[in-house]
Design a protein around this ligand. Structure first.
Ligand SMILES: C[S@@+](CC[C@H](N)C(=O)[O-])C[C@H]1O[C@@H](n2cnc3c(N)ncnc32)[C@H](O)[C@@H]1O
Length: 247
């Protein structure tokens, strides 16, 4: 495994120094990755194991996770965006002293496409939602199409992992879950869910809302993820048959 005890220590030190500014709106009280250090540890495993050369978050809100990522990975470029200029302004101000971070005001699929064009093996934290339009499917389609180029790994936040302790999002009657992956034009065959009872090196101190997450490797050898003790490999289900509309 690429991650060492000192990596875990570093994650711990940076994670719990980030002010939870997102508490002004987020139902989990804010903090990096919804104050779930297991997700920070998982991202560290993915970056180390897969050799990621950049990080891209979609939907920065007021920058709790952006701030953590820029501080934890000073040697990697960190890209983030938001459609709300006020969110971008706050996040930029917080990150003024982190020269590795770039925060832009735009629709997230545009950022995903740009990062895919510029980086070889980026890690994406897909967390853009709340607006009238849910950009996740478009983001995932772009990632699926990149598989032939260099490859990328995505962590989808607020994903239904089928565990009662973990929440997920729904938009217009569609759940952020395996069915959404199945409905993509180029669905992945497999996704990975963090194991709540896995051998995590630190406890998660989030006592409120915890969000499920899915890890998807696009165009990469996912053997290290299949063998990983913190991850559960799951098959993406067949797409729901479409019901013909009566005329
Ligand atoms: C749940 S918050 C993000 C929280 C943040 N990632 C964190 O960890 O603190 C979702 C954000 O996505 C933004 N958003 C919604 N639709 C978007 C889109 N199409 N492109 C970029 N950002 C979007 C919202 O304005 C909001 O700030």
């Amino acid at each position: 495994m690429a991650v060492t005890e000192s990596d875990v220590q570093r994650t711990f030190e940076v994670f719990y120094r980030v002010p939870r500014v997102g508490q002004i709106r987020l139902s989990d009280g804010g903090g990096p990755f919804g104050f779930d250090i297991h997700l920070a540890l998982l991202v560290d495993e993915l970056i180390g194991t897969l050799g990621c050369d950049a990080i891209c978050e979609t939907g920065c809100f007021v920058g709790d996770t952006t701030y953590y990522l820029a501080a934890r990975y000073p040697g990697l470029p960190v890209h983030s965006c938001d459609v709300d200029p006020r969110h971008v302004a706050v996040t930029r101000r917080r990150l003024a002293h982190h020269g590795n971070a770039t925060v832009t005001c735009r629709d997230s699929p545009r950022l995903v496409a740009e990062v895919l064009g510029r980086r070889t093996r980026p890690l994406f934290f897909l967390d853009a939602h709340w607006g009238a339009q849910w950009p996740l499917e478009q983001e995932l389609e772009l990632l699926a199409a990149c598989a032939a180029a260099g490859g990328a790994v995505a962590v989808v936040h607020d994903f239904d992992i089928g565990h009662p302790r973990f929440s997920y999002d729904s938009y217009d009657g569609r759940d952020c879950g395996p069915g959404l992956l199945a409905a993509l034009a180029h669905p992945p065959q497999v996704y990975f869910a963090p194991r709540p009872d896995g051998p995590w090196p630190l406890p998660c101190l989030q006592t409120g809302r915890r969000a499920g997450a899915a890890v998807i490797a696009f165009g990469l050898d996912d053997t290290p993820l299949r063998d990983h003790p913190l991850l559960d490999a799951r098959t993406v289900p067949a797409p729901e048959p479409t019901v013909p509309v009566a005329r």
